[in-house]
Design a binder for this molecule. Structure first.
Ligand code: CU
Length: 141
């Protein structure tokens, strides 16, 4: 008799925590609600910061002595940002005159930006490594 009572007690001890865990699972689902509202709050903020530019901004990376992409076609009004990922300094400098593009030497992770207002083809190079060539083709909107 005593051993049967002990088994019942063991059963209650084993089952007890399981019964407690079930509502616990339901409760954890509430934790996703604050995360979701966080995302909703940050999205409009990001878009609002970009809105004043008339075209979507574009990025060109400088990687391994190359502009990537080396040819970029954008609508007029686009802001283009170059980022130097090399350990070497590079520049973004127009090949012709007047120099629409004339950056300082960019160290690692430094950026240079330019807003292309006038349609045309803008060819540029790195003054430190003149074989590095790139161009931005700006089309009428
Ligand atoms: Cu260079």
């Amino acid at each position: 008799m005593a051993s049967l009572m002990r088994r019942v007690l063991v059963l209650i001890l084993v089952m007890g925590p399981m019964v407690v865990m079930l509502p616990g699972c339901g409760g954890s689902a509430e934790g996703t609600i604050p995360g979701g509202s966080d995302m909703a709050a940050s999205a409009p903020r990001g878009e609002g910061a970009v809105r004043p530019a008339s075209a979507e901004p574009k990025q060109i990376s400088i990687d391994n002595f190359r502009y990537v992409p080396d040819t970029l076609t954008v609508p007029a009004g686009t802001k283009v940002t170059w980022t130097n990922h090399d350990d070497m300094p590079h520049t973004v400098t127009s090949t012709g005159t007047p120099k629409a593009l004339d950056s300082e030497a960019l160290d690692t992770d430094e950026q240079f930006s330019h807003v292309f207002v006038e349609p045309g083809t803008y060819t540029y190079r790195c003054t430190v490594h003149p074989k590095m060539l790139g161009r931005v083709i700006v089309e009428k909107r």
